[in-house]
Design a protein around this ligand. Structure first.
Ligand SMILES: [Zn+2]
Ligand SMILES: [Zn+2]
Length: 260
């Protein structure tokens, strides 16, 4: 049909247009940021769908690790050679430093340890750690779209799958520290804003792509393997365990079918 045959070249042109891709990155960055806010909103509600959000976490862990190893890291080596792996390592330990070395107590998921959260230091360091991590969520999305629509879309899904858990984690930390709902939502909004900042800075500083992509790859590996997987393992729930593998297999199948 005439319509179909004229649509395809247009789509192909748009996929190669840089302005279109950075626009797409900004739009999806906004969606990801909204995910943080929605996650935070669930926590300040009395009844929130804990089970559903746990499933996001499990699916996200498998999907993120697969995207990092199959898409982000190989593409980084393609851009910057083997030195890209040093930046993957730096990205990994950057998050480790801020989330688990400087912060005395942090884990993904609902914060229920009120005693640990009573110290001002604990809450501030968690906020700092998560802000740095979410900044790189945004860097990852924009860097992905600078390479291709495919990579950007794969990374966006990886980021989005853990955005709700991220929002409810930070909001529950604030609530557990004795602060009100308003501050809990503000903290979730802060993570959303950091994500957007990551998208914008990466879109502006495009010449730094060969550092931005591997750094965000290392961050992705850390978040999936060190933040999310331990939470999956704490749940004696076979559905969650299975969803991790569903995440991995989804990426492999999509890679096989659509990425030529
Ligand atoms: Zn805790
Ligand atoms: Zn994140």
């Amino acid at each position: 049909m005439g319509c179909g045959s004229s649509l395809l070249p247009l789509l192909r042109f748009m996929a190669h247009d840089l302005a279109f891709r950075t626009g797409l990155a900004a739009g999806l960055g906004l969606v990801a940021a909204a995910g943080n806010l929605i996650g935070g909103y669930f926590v300040v509600q009395r009844d929130w769908p804990r089970k559903y959000l746990q499933y996001f976490l499990a699916l996200g862990a498998g999907y993120m690790l697969a995207v990092a190893f199959v898409d982000v890291i190989p593409e980084s080596i393609h851009l910057a050679g083997e030195q890209a792996l040093v930046f993957v390592l730096i990205g990994y330990f950057l998050v480790h430093l801020f989330e688990h070395t400087l912060a005395p107590h942090f884990h993904f998921g609902e914060e229920t340890h009120h005693e640990e959260m009573s110290h001002h230091h604990a809450r501030t360091t968690i906020l700092l750690g998560l802000t740095i991590h979410t900044f790189f969520d945004g860097v990852a999305i924009a860097a992905g779209f600078l390479v291709s629509v495919w990579l950007g879309a794969m990374i966006f899904v990886a980021v989005f799958l853990h955005k709700l858990p991220e929002g409810f984690t930070v909001a529950s930390v604030v609530l557990a520290s004795g602060q009100g709902r308003r501050n809990a939502i503000l903290a979730a909004g802060l993570l959303g804003a950091a994500t957007l900042l990551g998208v914008l800075l990466t879109s502006v500083l495009q010449s730094q792509l060969k550092y931005a992509l591997p750094l965000s790859g290392g961050v992705t590996v850390y978040v999936a393997a060190t933040d999310l997987l331990p939470e999956v393992n704490r749940e004696p729930n076979w559905r969650m365990a299975a969803l991790v593998f569903v995440g991995v297999v989804t990426v492999l199948i999509m890679q096989h079918l659509f990425h030529v």
